[in-house]
Design a protein around this ligand. Structure first.
Ligand code: NCD
Length: 290
């Protein structure tokens, strides 16, 4: 079993994964007793996704391997397929793969039998991030249908936005996007931030993905913050029970004010905590019984 895109899952399946994550959060134990090996293959920088997958594997009693891409045969020109095929040959039980190429998995599908879970494919998708976002939202509001969310920032380059926009809509949420017009994704309900901020249940902020830009995005951080950033003035316009989310890493005082990061409405660190439980659920799904 592979997990590359959350769009491949039904509403029921998504809720079941979150149910399992909640069971882990409540103390459910699964212990593979060191008999399963989870290998992390990260070809792009990562802090949260990488190390929370590793923590999830450890919580399940798995052993882990972490490819140091900079120090591997990738530097000698080895392809993604050949690298993945190597780890399959030595008998690892699951692989977590993050790669800068959108849909990198198309060249692996049907050729690799070891379960693979995507930790993000370029600007494409980010299934485990979306699941931890959804778990955090469901914990807060109990269900999804009818909730309003605005995703604000570099939408067009964000795999988090792409997965969330599609999956949240499928779950019956009303999804808007906002931010600089040059980051608008066609068909994504683009609105002005200040016109929607007081109407949504969730404000989800995104980092400007400079590393994925083809053209320079030249605007001062101060101006970005004033026009599109979440400052306390905007927080005060939010609905009483509305929450703030961000996949992180965040840039303080750019898309999010320093004082907003840990304010009452922020669920950012809760998202990170939930990330371990959804990743335990995903690993448990692909690894099977103890
Ligand atoms: C995101 C990513 O890598 O797509 N981070 C994450 O996984 N938590 C978002 C980002 O890098 O801005």
């Amino acid at each position: 079993m592979n997990i590359f895109k959350l769009q491949d899952f039904t509403i029921e399946q998504i809720n079941e994964i979150i149910d399992l994550a909640e069971e882990f959060k409540a103390g459910k134990k699964v212990d593979y007793q060191g008999k399963k090996v989870v290998t992390n293959l990260f070809f792009e920088p990562s802090t949260r996704t990488h190390y929370s997958f590793e923590k999830a594997a450890m919580n399940l009693g798995c052993k882990t391997q972490n490819l140091e891409a900079e120090n591997s045969s990738i530097r000698k020109g080895e392809s993604l397929y050949d690298t993945v095929r190597f780890f399959e040959s030595i008998g690892v039980d699951a692989m977590i793969i993050r790669h800068p190429q959108k849909e990198y998995f198309l060249e692996l599908q049907g050729k690799i039998e070891t379960p693979m879970i995507s930790g993000g494919d370029g600007t494409g998708n980010h299934p485990s991030q979306s699941l931890l976002d959804l778990m955090t939202i469901r914990e807060e509001f109990g269900s999804f249908a009818g909730l309003k969310v605005v995703i604000v920032g570099d939408v067009v380059h964000s795999r988090v936005a792409h997965t969330n926009f599609e999956v949240m809509k499928k779950l019956g949420m009303e999804v808007y996007t906002s931010g600089p017009e040059i980051f608008e994704e066609p068909g994504y309900n683009f609105v002005e931030f200040d016109k929607i901020i007081d109407k949504v249940d969730v404000v989800m902020l995104l980092r400007v993905q400079y590393e994925r830009h083809e053209k320079n995005f030249n605007i001062s951080t101060q101006l970005y913050h004033n026009l599109y950033g979440l400052n306390m003035e905007r927080v005060n316009q939010m609905k009483e029970n509305a929450i703030i989310m961000h996949p992180a890493p965040f840039n303080r005082n750019v898309e999010i004010g320093d004082e907003v990061v840990e304010c009452d409405k922020s669920r950012i660190f809760k998202q990170m905590a939930n990330g371990v439980f959804v990743r335990m659920a995903l690993l448990n799904m692909v690894l099977g019984d103890e």
